[in-house]
Structure formats: C-alpha cells, structure tokens
Design a protein around this ligand. Structure first.
Ligand code: SAM
Length: 332
C-alpha cells in the first residue's frame, strides 16, 4: 500500500520504464526536495553513491563544498533516507576517497551513523593481484593474476586506490539478509554439510566483493559520467538485502542509473533522482535498452550515446530468491 502511495507521491517523472509489473521512475530534481515527498517507511532498499566532494567534474553539480557544509548536507539527505526506509530496510552507501583526502568516506559514514546503524562494511574491490603461490595448488593457476581496472596514481608515497567502501546502514542494525543469494561455491566439497548454512554448496561471500568495471572503448559514448559504479555492485546489494523482500528501490543520486539497471533486472519498482536532466535521460534510456519489452515514456529512447554537453574530463573511480516474474538480465 505504501509502495502504491510512493508511486504517486512524487508527481510526474521525467521518464518512466515498465517491465512486467515493475515501474521504474526517473526524476530530475534535488533529492532533498523529492525525498521529503516520499511516504515514511515506503522504501525497501537504497543503493546509492553521493558526490564525494572531491572536485569531480559532473555535468552540472559542483563537487567542492566547504567540508562542514558538505557534511551538514550529507546529514540532511541521510536523515531523509532514514525516514523513508522500511523498519527492516537497507541503505547501501558507496563512498570512495582519494589519497590526499583519505578520511572523506569515513567522515560520511560517521555522519550517517547519527541517523542509522552500521550493520556491515563491504569493500568493493575494483582490482586485485593474486600470486599463484599464495593461491595454492588447488587454485590451479599457471601464473600470477592481476584482475580488474584502476586509475594509476603516479606517486612515491601513495598506493593505487583499488577499493571503495559500501557501508550497509539499517534502521535497527537487525535487517535480515539473504547471504546465499550472492553466495560462492565451497572450494572443498568436504566442507559442504559440515557447516551450518552450507545448503546448496554455497557459503557466504563475505565483505570483500571483487567487481571490476566493464572495459569500454569510449567514455563519452559508453559511460558519459565521471563517477559510476558497476550495475553488478547494486545487484549484489539488492540480492543480499533479499530480492523477495524488495518492494521499492531508491537511488537519490541516480547518475547513469546503475541501481536502476539492477532493480530492472530483479523486476522491482524503482525511483531515481538526479539534478542533471541529461544523466536522468541517459539512465532511463539505458534501462529501456536492456529490457526486452521495456516501455519508455517521457524521454528519448536513445541507448547510451554522447551527452548533450561537453563530457566530463576525468574519472574518479576508474540468487537465490529473485521474484519469479522478473526477467534475468545480464549485468556487466
Ligand atoms: C557519484 S554520482 C552517482 C553515480 C551512480 N551511482 C551511477 O552509477 O551512475 C552522484 C550523482 O549525484 C547527482 N547529484 C548531486 N547533487 C544532487 C542532489 N542534490 N540531488 C540529486 N542528485 C544530485 C550528480 O549529478 C551525480 O550524477
């Protein structure tokens, strides 16, 4: 019922995509204004990545507030998200940092802590090196591996930054999770049955998730935004929350719609908000393009293509229980 209310609370979206019974709605605006219009307790899960205040060149948003103002703004939007979350809802809050500002992610988490409980800390690993010797013989590697992508840092004091945080905040610290929805197979068959929860030969993945970016040929054409996360990251979060319990998914900082793509893959209602109309248009078009029978209204159905204005210059960063009706789409 609340979800139905939520469908109408925000007025007319800039674009809307339908898939099966799910409706994905895309709004242009300031999330502070739109979040206050959503009914309390109407959102099952939020997967989002706010601007990090690191001077990233977005199309229209200026990403360099004085620190105190940025943290006060963070407190405001997290408070609004806390209000709209279901009592057993989840906020998956992705924040990265940079070597010269290593505290920003933790500062954001400390502010979020004043409104919600930190239930899990997930490390999104973009790149990893695995030495053959450390992997052991059972891994059957024939060489050392270096996987994924990162933005190299030319420095004699800083390491390349190959990870970002995903803080899992919840209203009470007791949101039940579907850990095996993103479980990994036991390497050693003798462990199956020995451990509680080893059903289906899967174990909990843990809190280090290796999710590389897709390799692209042209940022302007294929990923016209300076700071996206891979849709697969959002899909992991939503599956972990429990796809069967998802009624409405929200991303107040939509960008190119990575969370929207994950919600579409799982066949759940979605609301996305961004201040930039071009990002919103692009996000809706991306979702529509991925759906076999997606129906887009309110924005051009153009698949990923060049943005209307000059492209951003640099990059900041570099199942179990899906609802039956949902089409399974390949993400990433
Ligand atoms: C880190 S990006 C999100 C990227 C997204 N996760 C993706 O994968 O495409 C942050 C986004 O927040 C938007 N933004 C900044 N301030 C906003 C506000 N007050 N309300 C809504 N969106 C805002 C920016 O335009 C930017 O697209």
């Amino acid at each position: 019922m609340r979800t139905r209310h939520a469908r109408h609370a925000l007025g007319r979206p800039a674009a809307q995509v339908r898939t099966g019974r799910a409706v994905l709605r895309f709004f242009v605006g300031d999330c502070l204004e739109l979040l206050s219009q959503l009914p309390a307790g109407s959102v099952s899960a939020v997967v989002t990545s706010p601007p990090y205040n690191l001077g990233v060149r977005y199309r229209s948003y200026h990403d360099s507030l004085p620190r105190e103002r940025y943290l006060a703004w963070t407190s405001r939007w997290v408070q609004l998200v806390a209000r709209v979350l279901e009592p057993k809802g989840s906020l998956f809050l992705n924040v990265g940092s940079k070597p010269k500002d290593p505290w920003i992610a933790l500062d954001v988490a400390a502010v979020a802590r004043t409104h919600l409980r930190l239930q899990n800390t997930i490390h999104w690993v973009k790149s990893v090196a695995i030495d053959r010797e450390a992997a052991g013989r059972a891994a059957r590697l024939d060489r050392d591996l270096a996987l994924g992508h990162y933005k190299p840092i030319n420095s004699d004091r800083f390491l390349n930054d190959c990870h970002e945080f995903v803080f899992h905040f919840t209203p009470g610290g007791d949101t039940p999770l579907d850990r095996l929805a993103i479980g990994v197979p036991y390497q050693d068959a003798s462990n199956i049955g020995r451990w509680r929860g080893a059903a289906g030969g899967l174990r909990c993945r843990g809190n280090t998730w290796f999710i590389p970016y897709d390799t692209i040929q042209s940022r302007v054409r294929e990923r016209p935004h300076p700071a996206t996360f891979p849709p697969r990251l959002a899909e992991f979060c939503l599956r972990l929350h429990g796809a069967a319990r998802l009624r409405l998914v929200l991303d107040p900082f939509l960008g190119l719609g990575s969370t929207a793509l994950a919600a579409a893959a799982l066949g759940v209602d979605f609301v996305g908000i961004d201040v930039d109309s071009e990002y919103v248009k692009e996000a809706a078009a991306r979702v529509s393009a991925r759906l076999p029978a997606g129906e887009l209204s309110g924005a051009s159905a153009r698949p990923a293509g060049p943005p209307a204005a000059s492209p951003p210059r640099r990059s900041r960063r570099s199942g179990r229980s899906a609802p039956q009706a949902a089409p399974r789409l390949p993400l990433d």
